[in-house]
Design a protein around this ligand. Structure first.
Ligand SMILES: CN(C)C(=N)NCCC[C@H](N)C(=O)O
Length: 319
């Protein structure tokens, strides 16, 4: 790999957000940035670890019809698989969170920069229009969906494995781990199999990420005196509510996405997104589209409060 390519990859992961706005940072700010990303990565990863058990319950409720509700799913999972059952499929999301967030916030920031020609420092003094924020958010969501798709597919497949771990005599699970899961999907369906459900994921994330950034901007502007930077408390609250608003809108397509991911390419359960929507609603009623809404919303506040605080902190540190 050539030096230029290495530098580009480094810039994506280590200083992802203002990639184009700060072409020649000093050595000190590089180190500072690496430390900031490391700490934001750890807060993001910590949020993921704490939120993963709720995510597992949500995925199971969305894809299986055997549970009567959140508590029933939690009790059955604990009885059958112990606490470990809640943490199935966690390693790939942890490994990919830095890249996925970098792509989302990087594409968002740079699209906004291209649309408004306003630098990050001037963003609060010369606020962009909500239309520009929405377009930039949708673009970030669209690009992010394709980076997230394979990791999310593997997570969902592993979360739905009900076998208790390492119990002698019990049948082995279909997938032995994330890498085995990826290899098996490639073998069964070809490399495109890794993008099963990607279209539903794109439909989920494109408009909802627009809503996510618009809600955040609107709440920050409402609670900050004209043209001033929002304080940390404002950023935390606005980020948390932006997460709740976007997940509330995203939940119906989140259900469809999870269901599509559980069907293989060769042995299709659904013919497409529309078919999945229609047959799910016919068999289980309209309530099916709201499965996981409570868990999605509860999880969204802390995760996205921290995400936006880190984002704003990074932008102001890079200058
Ligand atoms: C509604 N959607 C898809 C989002 N708001 N996505 C962006 C935030 C993702 C964050 N890591 C989380 O898990 O909430």
């Amino acid at each position: 790999m050539q030096r230029g390519q290495l530098e580009f990859l480094w810039s994506l992961v280590v200083r992802p957000w203002p990639v184009f706005s700060c072409p020649n940072p000093s050595f000190l700010s590089q180190v500072q940035g690496a430390l900031l990303i490391a700490s934001s990565y750890h807060t993001g990863a910590l949020g993921l670890v704490l939120g993963h058990p709720f995510d597992t319950v949500k995925v199971r409720l969305q894809t299986q019809t055997t549970y009567q509700g959140i508590i029933d799913c939690m009790v059955k999972t604990y009885r059958h698989e112990s606490l470990l059952g809640f943490f199935k499929g966690m390693s790939f999301p942890i490994a990919s969170i830095a890249v996925v967030n970098s792509v989302l916030f990087g594409v968002y920031s740079n699209t906004l920069l291209a649309l408004t020609a306003t630098s990050h420092q001037e963003r609060w003094a010369q606020p962009p229009s909500y239309t520009h924020v929405f377009i930039a958010g949708c673009t970030g969501g669209f690009v992010q969906a394709y980076c997230l798709a394979p990791f999310d597919l593997i997570k969902v497949r592993l979360q739905n494995q009900m076998e208790p771990r390492a119990r002698p005599g019990s049948p082995p699970p279909r997938y032995r781990g994330p890498v085995h899961c990826a290899v098996s999907i490639c073998r069964e369906d070809g490399p495109w199999g890794l993008f099963r459900g990607a279209w539903a994921l794109t439909l989920r994330d494109t408009p909802t990420l627009g809503i996510y950034f618009v809600t955040y901007e609107w709440l920050c502007r409402q609670s900050t005196p004209d043209r001033q930077n929002p304080g940390a408390a404002t950023v935390l609250v606005a980020g948390g509510f932006a997460g709740i608003a976007s997940w509330a809108v995203a939940t119906p397509l989140d259900v469809i996405k999870s269901r599509m991911q559980m069907g293989g390419l060769k042995h299709r359960v659904y013919r497409g997104v529309l078919d999945c929507m229609v047959s799910s609603a016919r068999q289980e009623g309209l309530g099916v589209f709201f499965r996981g809404l409570t868990i999605n919303s509860a999880r969204a506040f802390p995760v996205n409060a921290v995400t936006f605080l880190t984002y704003e902190y990074l932008l102001s540190s890079w200058g």
